[in-house]
Design a protein around this ligand. Structure first.
Ligand SMILES: [Zn+2]
Length: 301
């Protein structure tokens, strides 16, 4: 499943050539991809003829600002891809559900074999509308674009802190952890607390911080909290630098169909039985609620 690093890779790529482009048409061949709208026609009517002003990201969501005070939100779900094409003659991959054609030429295609992902258009609330209820964790933010983005796109207001779009110091982060008795990994992957981290990066972050996945969040010392706070930004920054992770069983590629290569730098994820790079002990895998967790028993306390 694409997480923050993969979605950020897609965002950065799209931002390079999408800004200023005008959507000529949006052909929907699978209505499930635009299921929040009553009909595919409604979705088309909201995007056709509009130009893209900005390409942002919040958590695992791509947010394209349009020239009519609306935002086109794209969530890649489990297997979604956004792929550039020169035109209709380029062979269409199987499971292409939406094709945007631009007035300036070129296409952007939404491909999603499992169709858990979705696209929808969100209207920015008017001044007279009731204020948007923003997540209590996001409200701890002291800078970044996250709060403005949540106000503009109410569907994203529930999202917790984005490690890059929201800024908080380690002290506020500490207060969040100290109020939770749940295991660390559950806190890291709860989108309503921290937005963007999933199974892969939670495991990598916890290894980097030297912390076990099942430690109650409230049990961390100040030094451990500072280590975790730093590991979140460090691991994700490195992952973005390498274009995200492309695993054997999943299909993450950027809009030019290029896979990421951060999987080559994974310390624990998908490395069951292999030697830990730090201590040579075998990496362990444990199944928690149907999802695999990879960790080193010796390096993570
Ligand atoms: Zn180790």
């Amino acid at each position: 499943m694409p997480e923050l690093a993969e979605v950020e890779t897609v965002r950065a790529s799209l931002a390079r050539d999408l800004i200023g482009k005008k959507i000529k048409s949006a052909a929907v061949t699978n209505g499930r991809a635009v299921r929040r709208h009553k009909t595919a026609k409604d979705f088309r009517a909201m995007v056709e003829g509009h130009s893209i002003k900005s390409v942002q990201r919040l958590g695992k969501n791509l947010v394209l600002g349009l020239d009519n005070s609306t935002h086109l939100v794209i969530h890649l779900g489990m297997s979604g891809q956004l792929l550039r094409a020169k035109g209709p003659k380029d062979p269409k991959p199987k499971h292409t559900h939406v094709v945007f054609t631009f007035v300036q030429g070129g296409e952007l295609r939404y491909v999603d074999p499992r169709t858990f992902g979705e696209l929808y258009v969100s209207k920015t609330p008017a001044e007279s509308d009731p204020p948007v209820e923003i997540s209590k964790f996001a409200r701890l933010s002291i800078g970044g674009d996250g709060l403005a983005l949540r106000r503009a796109v109410p569907e994203l207001a529930h999202l917790g802190l984005d490690p890059f779009e929201d800024q908080i110091g380690w002290d506020r982060f500490a207060a969040i952890l100290r109020s939770r008795s749940t295991p660390l990994k559950a806190v890291l992957t709860d989108q309503d607390i921290l937005a963007g981290i999933g199974n892969i990066y939670a495991d990598e972050i916890l290894f980097s911080a030297g912390l076990r996945f099942d430690r109650p969040a409230e049990s961390l010392s100040t030094i451990e909290i500072r280590r975790l706070h730093r590991a979140i930004t460090e691991v994700l920054t490195e992952a973005i630098k390498h274009g995200g992770s492309t695993l054997d069983d999943e299909q993450f590629v950027d809009p030019d169909a290029k896979p990421g290569n951060f999987q080559q730098f994974h310390q624990v994820y998908n490395r069951e039985g292999q030697a830990c790079y730090q201590c040579r002990q075998a990496i362990r895998r444990e199944s928690v609620r149907g999802r695999s967790t990879y960790y080193c028993e010796k390096c993570q306390a």
